[in-house]
Design a protein around this ligand. Structure first.
Ligand code: NAD
Length: 266
């Protein structure tokens, strides 16, 4: 049997990360928390990174019954040197932390633009840089970058976020090309609107920017281009991340797994 036919048996892909170390940024948030729990359920020792200490403690508590572990690491990712150091020795890296500000370009505060690019593009670069030596040495690694539909499309009033996500797509593809000879895959996961605090917090901003009441934002702004008329759940996004880590996904690299309810089919 060839190596590739051994990967394609009749069984559904299952994920066993026993003995593996994963690092998830933004783990106190909606999607990051779901990813950390999913990877810990698969047996991984998860370094859960966020600046929100209380959120990380709550996450670690939820993980107590799982096969793996969730270790809280309180860190502000604008500390790029600390981020790079923390990534050393990881087998699975999920670059997920993010923030959003909805504001027209002419009013967009330059300091916020800089922070968004630092947390959502430069920190992923430094985390990848920190993780690669161990991944290369063992000939296996998985990098999953939490992009967005906004890594592929723009929306008005989201200049920093769209710029950061488009940059992340490029970083992810470059990591895929360099990592391939070393058994390291790098991909993006691209959800549309997920039911998380990040989305809940932007409803008021969206209402102001579009000049409509808050109760019309979901239907008229967030789900306007979605064929499936609902928000995605964080657990559905985490399952896509888990899939990219199964042995059967080793040929998937340098691509973007879009979970957008048909948005970009238009
Ligand atoms: P969230 O607000 O629930 O979580 C984001 C987490 O990132 C928070 O816990 C926050 O504390 C952390 N974070 C932000 N800045 C940080 C910093 N400087 N240092 C350390 N931690 C920091 O948001 P979410 O919806 O779970 O988003 C997670 C990722 O998914 C983001 O990259 C976001 O762009 C992406 N995404 C979200 C949606 C959505 O609809 N929610 C859609 C597409 C992509």
């Amino acid at each position: 049997m060839t190596q590739s036919s051994a990967l394609c048996g009749p069984h559904a892909p299952s994920l066993d990360l026993g003995g593996r170390t994963a690092l998830v940024t933004g783990a106190a948030g909606g999607i990051g928390g779901a990813c950390a729990l999913r990877l810990a359920a698969a047996g991984a020792k998860v370094r859960a990174v966020d600046r929100d200490a209380a959120g990380l403690d709550a996450l670690a508590e939820r993980a107590r019954h799982l096969a793996g572990t969730v270790e809280p690491h309180v860190l502000d990712l604008t500390d790029l040197d600390a981020a790079e150091l923390l990534a050393a020795g990881t087998d699975v890296l999920v670059n997920n932390a993010g923030l959003q500000l909805v504001r027209p370009l002419e009013d967009f505060p330059p300091d916020v633009f800089h922070t968004v690019l630092t947390v959502m593009l430069e920190a992923p670069f430094r985390l990848i840089r920190g993780a690669l030596p161990h991944m290369y040495a063992q000939g296996w690694g998985r990098i999953v970058n939490m992009s967005s539909v906004h890594g592929l499309r723009a929306s008005a009033f989201k200049s920093a976020y769209v710029a950061a996500k488009h940059g992340l797509e490029g970083l992810s593809k470059t990591a895929a090309l360099e990592g391939a000879p070393h058994g390291v895959t790098s991909n993006c996961v691209n959800p549309s609107y997920v039911r998380t605090p990040l989305v809940e917090k932007q409803i008021a901003d969206q209402a102001r920017a579009h000049g409509i009441p808050e109760q019309r934002v979901l239907a008229e702004v967030l789900l306007k281009d979605s064929a499936v008329q609902r928000l995605i759940e964080p657990e559905e996004v985490a399952e896509a991340v888990a899939y990219l880590c199964v042995p059967q996904a080793s040929f998937i690299t340098g691509t973007s797994l879009v979970l957008d309810g048909g948005w970009t089919a238009h």
